[in-house]
Design a protein around this ligand. Structure first.
Ligand code: SF4
Ligand code: SF4
Length: 388
């Protein structure tokens, strides 16, 4: 296993981290197959993984409720006396915070679920702009300072799916961030905070952890023929998983890649790749860019995310509505995009909030009929996640 410094935290982390949001389950998402999941963690740790990442809602019945991933990880570490051997990362459910004391309530509950009295990396989970404003009103900086001084938390971080400008703003507002978890893979260089966010993390010496390296498995499953044909032209043959992971590990602004693994085979495969130094040549980089361009040619509309149409006077998040629709078409995975659509875009900002006032039309650089495009988005995703 290869280990990297996690920014200013001083932690030495395996470059492959064990994400526990997609553990094997029986019948329902909240019922983890503990026997199989334990075998996976055992193998991972025996073969060098030293960071396990979980979160309050992973493996819950609802999208954002109290999940069983933390309980399983806590039990596994306690039963195997591994707590002090592992860098344990988990996240605060910021969307549930209504008053200042809620921060401590959830932290203490998470410590109990994890059967530990300290968390190595505690992140504010999936910060959105409204969540960030809300937690600041609830004096989150005092809470974070207290977490560190009490010893309940050793390193503070945040995770987010938001644009780079907001990520920079968050970083600049609190000096004690040591870790950030952002989405990155070769399709997402300019999506969410992307490469510019990673550059800023490097500049500020904040440890960078990566989520969605395989885009939830969509870069490696059901690969369109056009994409397979492109990979077949490579001088050095690699599997789709190797392409995706080695692309990230060849970046000097990536410290740890979290993979949410579902089977022992995936753990073995990922570890084998993580153990291999594999330089991506300039020709390989160009091929990766060509693969990304080809994926993008499958999109549903031509929105470039330039933002000139924003803000919509009626609060519609035009950019992200059109983007999630595009991604659903690009990766042919409606359910995964629907999950993003309903969890990242607020009720009043989804496509069905468009009242067809047409005020945005003159601003679209791509001459899109935005209300018509939003209507297609609404017809595609509907009004709730349940039917996916
Ligand atoms: S047409 Fe829809 S998206 Fe455009 S400004 Fe009006 S409400 Fe907003
Ligand atoms: S102006 Fe047009 S292309 Fe730009 S973000 Fe808005 S809809 Fe997309």
């Amino acid at each position: 296993m290869i280990y990297n410094e996690l920014g200013k935290s001083g932690l030495k982390v395996s470059r492959l981290g064990f994400g526990t949001m997609r553990l094997p389950t029986v019948d329902s998402n909240d019922n983890i197959d503990e026997s199989e999941a334990s075998k996976m963690l055992e193998y991972g740790i025996e073969n060098g993984i030293n960071l396990i990442d979980t979160a309050f809602p992973y493996h819950s019945k609802e999208l954002d409720g109290d999940g069983n991933s933390e309980r399983f990880v806590g039990k596994f570490l306690a039963e195997n006396s591994l707590r002090d051997e592992i860098i344990l990362s988990t996240k605060s459910p910021v969307w549930l915070m209504e008053k200042k004391s809620d921060f401590d309530y959830y932290l203490d509950l998470q410590l109990e679920k994890l059967q530990t009295d300290y968390i190595d990396i505690y992140m504010l989970h999936s910060l959105t702009v409204p969540d960030w404003e809300n937690v600041k009103k609830l004096e989150v900086f005092d809470f974070l300072d207290d977490c560190l001084s009490s010893g309940k938390v050793r390193h503070i971080g945040f995770s987010s799916h938001i644009e780079v400008d907001y990520v920079i703003e968050i970083i600049d507002e609190y000096p004690k961030w040591e870790v950030a978890l952002t989405q990155m893979n070769y399709l997402d260089e300019y999506y969410q905070s992307g490469v510019m966010g990673l550059n800023y993390l490097k500049e500020t010496n904040i440890g960078s952890m990566i989520m969605e390296p395989l885009r939830g498995g969509r870069l490696v499953n059901n690969i369109p023929g056009e994409i397979s044909d492109l990979w077949a032209t490579a001088e050095v043959k690699r599997t789709p998983v190797e392409w995706a992971l080695q692309y990230l590990w060849n970046r000097d602004d990536v410290d740890c890649v979290l993979s949410g693994m579902t089977s022992l085979e995936q753990v073995k495969e990922n570890i084998k790749i993580a153990d291999t130094m594999d330089e991506i040549s300039e020709n390989d980089q160009e091929l990766i860019r060509e693969v990304a361009r080809t994926y993008r040619s499958f999109i549903g509309n031509r929105c470039t995310r330039c933002g000139y149409c924003m803000p919509c006077p009626h609060g519609v998040d035009i950019i992200n509505c059109l983007t999630e629709y595009n991604i659903a078409h690009m990766l042919n995975d409606p359910k995964a995009s629907a999950m993003q659509y309903f969890s990242l875009i607020g009720d009043d900002a989804r496509a069905d909030s468009c009242i067809d006032c047409r005020e945005c039309l003159p601003f679209c650089t791509q001459m899109l009929n935005i209300p018509e495009e939003l209507q297609k988005v609404h017809e595609y995703f509907g009004s709730d996640f349940d039917h996916f």
